[in-house]
Structure formats: structure tokens, C-alpha cells
Write a protein that binds this ligand. Structure first.
Ligand SMILES: [Ca+2]
Ligand SMILES: [Ca+2]
Ligand SMILES: [Ca+2]
Length: 174
């Protein structure tokens, strides 16, 4: 794949009426975006940002009702490989699920679903020790840049889903 940003998959929401839940959001979530970047200030800093635009009240309702965002990151190769330890060091399953606890997080909080003024937001930041063996070094030849992208899947309490693929972060991630 190319380093061209794969922007913003906007997937038509499977609209589910959720009249059974008193606090269910008034409007179905309709879009999701995910971006990420890797920077190297001493340690490698991997940051992922996910956003579902909606009003704050609906965002809080979704989170209280048990919505989750599943995140998986991949090395961009002829056969894309899922990266262990990304987006969370120590993780090796098929995705990392982020939720409320069960309350929505406050704006700026990391790794918990936040009910922000502009919708549901999730920010993930992790630091990795630099070096040949760090998980972001997905291509091992020094002459070959690393290319990493992440996918996000929103699943609300009624089972409606939205998915998005991030831009590809490219560089020498050693
Ligand atoms: Ca690669
Ligand atoms: Ca590399
Ligand atoms: Ca490469």
C-alpha cells in the first residue's frame, strides 16, 4: 500500500432503534475517523486519535451503555501483519477494546472513551524504547522505512458498528 493517507472511512451506520434503553442516545452514530503518528523524542511515541462526531449527551449515553472501540495496528506489507504490542505494549490478541469505566472519561484522558463536546473521542499514547527490537520497527532492513496503520471498530451496546482505517505513519521507527 502507499503512504497516501487512507482517510476516514465513513461507513453508513446500521441504524438500530434502541427504545428499550432509557438513556440511549437520541441519534445514531454516523461516522468514525482514526489518525495516528509516531514521533521520536528519545523514546518512540505512538499516538492514536479516534473521533465519532455527535453531541456530548449522545456520546455520554453511548459510553454509559457499554459502547467500545476495538483498535488493531498493522505493518503495511505485501501481506499486512498485525503488530503485537501495538497499540498497547504487552497486548497480543486480535484487538484492544477501549470502553468507559463505565463512566465516560474527561476530555484529555487517555485510553478511555471520552464524551467530548464534539462527540466520542479516544486518545491512545504509548512510549516504546527505541531500538531494533521495538514493536514499531516492522521492517527490519535499515534501508526500508517502516509503515504502520491502525484500524478502529466502534461497536455500540446494540451491536451497530462503524469502522475506519487510519493514515499510514511512515519512517525509520528504530
Ligand atoms: Ca512494511
Ligand atoms: Ca525499520
Ligand atoms: Ca517498508
Amino acid at each position: 500500500m502507499t503512504r497516501i493517507a487512507r482517510m476516514i472511512a465513513v461507513v453508513g451506520a446500521g441504524i438500530t432503534m434502541s427504545a428499550a434503553l432509557v438513556s440511549a442516545p437520541a441519534h445514531a452514530a454516523s461516522s468514525i475517523t482514526i489518525t495516528h503518528q509516531v514521533t521520536k523524542p528519545g523514546q518512540l511515541r505512538h499516538e492514536v486519535n479516534i473521533h465519532l462526531p455527535m453531541n456530548q449527551e449522545d456520546a455520554a449515553g453511548y459510553i454509559w451503555n457499554g459502547a467500545q472501540i476495538r483498535v488493531t495496528c498493522f505493518g503495511d506489507d505485501w501481506a499486512d501483519d498485525m503488530l503485537p504490542d501495538v497499540p498497547e505494549p504487552g497486548f497480543s490478541g486480535s484487538y484492544v477494546a477501549y470502553k468507559g469505566r463505565p463512566a465516560p472519561g474527561q476530555p484529555g484522558e487517555l485510553k478511555v472513551l471520552v464524551a467530548a463536546a464534539d462527540g466520542v473521542r479516544l486518545k491512545i499514547v504509548n512510549l516504546y524504547e527505541r531500538g531494533y527490537r521495538n514493536p514499531l520497527n516492522e521492517d527490519l532492513l535499515p534501508s526500508d522505512d517502516d509503515e504502520i496503520y491502525c484500524k478502529a471498530k466502534w461497536i455500540d451496546a446494540d451491536g451497530a458498528t462503524l469502522s475506519a482505517t487510519s493514515n499510514t505513519a511512515t519512517g525509520d521507527f528504530t
